[in-house]
Design a protein around this ligand. Sequence first.
Ligand code: URP
Ligand code: ZN
Ligand code: ZN
Length: 458
Amino acid sequence: MGLLIKNGEIVTAESRVRGDIFIENETISAIGTGLAVPPGTEVIEATGKLVFPGFIDPHVHIYLPFMGTFAKDNHAAASAAALIGGTTTFIEMACPSRKEDTLETYHTWKQKAEGNSACDYAFHMGVSRFDDKTEAQLTEVVKDGTTSFKIFLSYKNFFGLDDEEMFHTLKLAAKLGVITTAHCENAELVSQLQQQLLAEGKTGSEWHEPSRPEAIEAEGTTRFATFVEQTGATGYVVHLSCAPALRAAMEAKMRGVNLHIESVLPHFLLDKSYAERAGVEGMKHIMSPPLRDKRNLPVLWNALKSGLIETVGTDHCPFDTEQKLMGAKAFTQIPNGIPGIEDRVNLMYTYGVKRGGLSIHRFVEALSTNAAKLFGLYPRKGTIAVGADADLVIYDTEYRGKISAATHHGINNYNGFEGFAIEGRPSVVTVRGKVQARDGAFVGQAGRGRMLRREPRL
Ligand code: URP
Ligand code: ZN
Ligand code: ZN
């Protein structure tokens, strides 16, 4: 049986038109006005609503052993929360520690998601060391359709690569035609500053930002960009948080380096004063790169509006308050991460499109289309077109509400955006033509999500 989305305002990265969308066999088969459809077609009335392509979150952590614990999430809960918030595809970081085997890690992450995610998903393959097995293993991962890598310049002795390993990873990425995403902070400087601050008795969460100052992120960004340039690779800076790092990335782009920029939800809306709150309240807002001085926030919004920041992810990475309290005696032990998979679309719509002068087309581009293009999912995902997967978000711009842990759908016991007002939320969310969420509730089929296999860029 087909599905007709009737008379909505269809908004993509390029256009805004009123019309109908007809879906058959998981894909969009017609777009037009007053479409004639076969008897028995299910009809969803979208008059007065916006219809967006399903949103794509290019940066999430769901299964993650990290900092002596595990992220507080699973694929069933995270994907339901994502769908309620309008995200129909996420790309998860499969992150081995330096001690772990690349292929074993890849299979572990695939097994965790398979049959459990309610939305579609893909992986960025973490590369945490480069030894004589790595080239063959990564080649196998790419053949399996995972055509993006993730490296960390930070997290010394855990996820972090040294420069020699980064060079070989980027060389291989260039050869295989895959894009490499990178967490850009100088690991050694962070480690030294952490030790210095702790030795001075500066142990609270307010010292997290000073232990990873903006200059350290700018250095990591410059170094990554230089390695991308010298290896002929394609680079993607994840969670860029501040003006000096943006300047570093722009300098590289201006000289022709093939570099792309992502920023993530917390850095647009929260500043370092959240991490300076007393006790566990501050710890809830510890992530890396850290929440920054508030003068950076308008810089990120302006860069997003002008297209310098190309994608907006979440860096969804939940740890509950008990886990956060592991760092009660030393900020270096607070598990890093802030959840947000359910809230990205509504918050960026509210504070960007409704209140902040962000064009609705840039919004769609940055939260969906560009990720699809950069990570090999376009035009199957990231747009509304005949032949595309019928991943659609029918959006109610009249909805008014507040973000709260009391009402969110993630399994974490706090929400970093507690109390933020939202003006709009998804009314109906489809994945490949099946309604998976409605008006703040998951109504779909658990475990229906598919792993998206992608082609290299060559
Ligand atoms: O603090 C963060 N960002 N936690 C998740 C791991 C990472 O660095 O992306
Ligand atoms: Zn990171
Ligand atoms: Zn991350």
